[in-house]
Design a protein around this ligand. Structure first.
Ligand SMILES: Nc1nc2c(c(=O)[nH]1)N[C@@H](CN(C=O)c1ccc(C(=O)N[C@@H](CCC(=O)O)C(=O)O)cc1)CN2
Length: 288
């Protein structure tokens, strides 16, 4: 058996094509959505991700505002750029690229982002709205996972999903999306402190692996036919991406998201979607 591929590049291309049309409508009304990014330091992976976000913006007609600070920047310098982006009318939405350098209070930085411009859906107000079931920008990678499953016809309602990981950008919020009435999944969250991780994985109809531990999910831990999403990003000694899922899982799973080429491109597409939706909301308000 060989798993069907959950092709994130193809799904992201279709979403970007739809967003291009929506941006054209906004621009006809005199509104140009603008994505801001704040990159602190010289992490090569982060530089690559931010560059990719701005390439996507150019492709769909969103304006780019790039802010960069050196790795030596302190809390006050970072907060000053956040205040500047909050005040800039050309910036519809923005992100602070994570991780931030050691010693920076990340939660304090995220709290200072104007919730209406929070393109990552990571502001406490927006995460709280998600908990309460109120409209909010959704965190990009979790929304990318759900969208990728939906677009490929993987049954989420009633499925038992095991989420591996508890980080703020992915693991913490994925269960909030999957247990909404619209998705109706049953979720077990496991992490590095879980006893007998493999026993949990073997129960799963869908596995979302976001622990950042290379090849953590092994073929013998996967129920035949399960959908497996590889979200983890580690790098080998040559800088090549290594996911959380062992390549042998392709022989057991029913669906598998490649890594690269699976959830990563979806993360970027969901970010653009958040920016366009924020601009559409602002336009509706302006138009009454
Ligand atoms: N503020 C944020 N910081 C970070 C987030 C986030 O959602 N918001 N997520 C990750 C990094 N990330 C987005 O910023 C991201 C990761 C991966 C990709 C991607 O397209 N990956 C490609 C492979 C690229 C490569 O070869 O390195 C793929 O999977 O095909 C996009 C965005 C942490 N920080």
């Amino acid at each position: 058996m060989s798993a069907q591929i959950l092709d994130g590049r193809a799904a992201a291309a279709a979403i970007k094509s739809d967003l291009t049309a929506r941006v054209a409508v906004l621009r006809e009304r005199g509104v140009t959505p603008g994505l801001g990014t704040l990159l602190v330091g010289d992490d090569v992976g982060s530089q690559k991700y931010v560059a990719g976000k701005h390439r996507d913006c150019a492709a769909v007609g969103i304006a780019s505002l790039q802010r960069e600070l050196p790795a030596t920047a302190g809390q006050a310098e970072i907060e000053a750029v956040v205040h500047e982006l909050n005040a800039d009318p050309a910036c519809t939405g923005y992100i602070v690229q994570l991780p931030l350098p050691r010693g920076i209070d990340v939660n304090r930085v995220l709290e200072l982002i104007d919730p209406a411009k929070d393109a990552d859906g990571l502001h406490p107000t927006n995460l709280g709205r998600l908990v309460l079931g109120q409209p909010a920008p959704l965190p990009c990678t979790p929304n990318g996972v759900v969208t990728l499953l939906r677009r490929n016809g993987v049954e989420i309602a009633g499925a038992h999903v095991v989420v591996v990981g508890r980080g703020v950008t992915i693991g913490r919020s994925i269960p909030l999306l999957l247990t909404r009435r619209s998705e109706n999944a049953t979720v077990t969250q496991v992490h590095t402190g879980t006893r007998d991780l493999a026993a949990h994985l073997r129960q799963a109809d869908i596995i979302v692996a976001a622990a950042g531990v290379p090849h953590l999910v092994k073929p013998e831990d996967v129920k035949p036919g399960a959908a497996v999403l590889d979200v983890g990003v580690s790098r080998d000694e040559h800088g090549k991406v290594v996911g959380d899922v062992h390549p042998g899982v392709a022989e057991v799973a029913g669906w598998l998201s490649p890594n690269p080429g699976g959830v990563g491109p979806m993360t970027r597409a969901m970010l653009l979607q958040n920016v366009v939706e924020a601009a559409e909301r602002a336009t509706a308000v302006v138009g009454g």
